[in-house]
Design a protein around this ligand. Structure first.
Ligand SMILES: [Fe+2]
Ligand SMILES: [Fe+2]
Length: 273
């Protein structure tokens, strides 16, 4: 049996320390569970997309966990598609790879192939978007009968697979359609995501969709009106046993409930035009 823990949206920085106090309790909780692997589903940093020190700081923190860590980038780590100030591009991806490792990866367990995807490339029209999709096809084709589980930062959708564009919150419809086809055709067992800072666990057409909670902060209802899931701070545990898997969202009571709404003007100040 293999044990994996998903952590997400730590938003850490040596200079913007608004969520720094929640790292210690998360690290202690992880240490007590002694997972075989930790997967970080992105927004590792406050602003690694532009601030190198954030990347270095987070690399050092992840190295203290005492377990192997595989991370995938969030919007605050590598930027976003067509963003006017912080587009995802080769330079930002190079910085991520330099500090935190591959931005998309496959990791085999007995009976399973876990695939980490860089969701910030979806819809970017960067050359790397095509390269990732071709790589993904190969990983699926060469899975050799292993079951598939995906990790990514942005969820593929919020409410339903065929919904329209949810803007900031999810993968846009055009790249989403192709990815959902792959999910369906290859019976992907679960798609685990971060980004929303909400915990949720539901199934559509036999695939489990798991919103991994942040361990850093939660988001008020003004920014996420009516969104499903809960404003839990915690992590997700997975066990893989043969072809079976179990996943459970854990609230970590030692994490302090911090609201981005209270500090957003300091952490992510609006940019001058
Ligand atoms: Fe986040
Ligand atoms: Fe995010």
């Amino acid at each position: 049996m293999q044990r994996v823990v998903q952590i997400s949206d730590t938003h850490l920085s040596p200079t913007k320390r608004h969520f720094a106090d929640n790292w210690g309790p998360l690290a202690s909780w992880l240490a007590a569970r002694t997972p075989d692997l930790v997967v970080h589903t992105g927004d590792v940093t406050v602003d690694g997309a532009d601030v190198d020190e954030d990347m270095r700081h987070c690399r050092a923190l992840l190295d203290t966990l005492g377990a192997p860590v595989l991370s995938i980038p969030g919007n605050h780590d590598v930027g976003e598609a067509y963003h006017p100030h912080q587009p995802v591009n080769d330079a930002r991806l190079a910085s991520w790879r330099n500090h935190l490792g591959e931005d998309f990866w496959a990791h085999d367990l007995e009976g399973w192939r876990l695939i980490g995807l860089n969701s910030m490339l979806f819809g970017s029209d960067e050359a790397e978007e095509k390269r990732q999709l071709a790589w993904l096809d190969r990983q699926i084709a060469e899975a050799d009968g292993r079951r598939l589980g995906w990790f990514l930062h942005r969820p593929l959708f919020i409410e339903s697979p065929d919904e329209g564009d949810k803007g900031y919150w999810s993968v846009p419809p055009r790249p989403r359609r192709h990815l959902l086809e792959l999910v369906s055709r290859h019976e992907v067992a679960f798609v685990a995501s971060g980004h929303l800072h909400r915990a949720h666990d539901f199934a559509v057409d036999g695939t489990r969709y798991i919103w991994g909670p942040s361990s850093g902060f939660v988001v008020g209802p003004e920014l996420q009106p009516g969104m499903a899931g809960t404003t839990t701070l915690g992590a997700v545990s997975y066990t893989f046993d043969g072809r079976d898997f179990a996943a459970e969202i854990h609230e970590i009571p030692a994490l302090k409930t911090l609201w981005i709404d209270d500090v957003i003007h300091e952490v992510y100040p609006p940019r001058a035009a």
